[in-house]
Design a protein around this ligand. Structure first.
Ligand code: FES
Ligand code: FES
Length: 163
């Protein structure tokens, strides 16, 4: 067993976990944060993406024990109470989802793309950066439009501060 002390969505949590427990199971089953989804379980689809210490990770292949001492943000942590994060607003505005299964991972990835862009984003760059997130419904067009719109309306620092 390993002891995990972490900050998850701004809240301190302490749990004992089995050494092989995956971060996605820790989040979903131990903390009840079921917004993080499991699509493939093999690091391909991106449904399980969360942010750990400022970087996106695929939580289906990240051990919970390795999250000890880390700050983690899941999709439940990006809104400000009733106020959606600007990237969530943009997804809503552009109807960038259908079934929504991929959406939590895409929101975390999109925030990361905007935060880390070192020049104005263009469509090709966004599509390239999304290669680790699969969506079976939308064809990506509206997802890309939403990310470009959010990046256009808000600075990277605003996007980061609000997440
Ligand atoms: S469930 Fe983690 S990448 Fe698909
Ligand atoms: S909206 Fe259904 S998988 Fe993306």
């Amino acid at each position: 067993m390993s002891r995990v002390e972490a900050v998850v969505n701004g809240r301190k949590v302490t749990k004992n976990v089995e050494d092989h427990r995956l971060l996605v199971s820790f989040l979903r089953e131990d903390l009840g944060l079921t917004g993080t989804h499991v699509g493939c379980d093999t690091t391909q689809c991106g449904a399980c993406v969360v942010n750990v210490n400022g970087d996106t990770v695929k939580s289906c292949t990240f051990l919970a024990a390795h999250a000890h001492g880390c700050s983690i943000t899941t999709v439940e942590g990006v809104a400000d109470d009733d106020r959606l994060h600007p990237v969530q607003e943009a997804f809503h505005r552009h109807h960038a989802l259908q079934c929504g299964y991929c959406t939590p991972g895409l929101i975390l990835t999109a925030i990361d793309i905007i935060e880390k862009a070192d020049r104005p984003l263009d469509e090709d760059t966004v599509r390239q950066e999304l290669k680790g997130n699969l969506c079976r419904c939308t064809g990506y067009q509206n997802i890309v439009a939403a990310i470009l719109d959010a990046a256009d309306k808000y600075s990277a620092s605003t996007i980061a501060k609000l997440a």
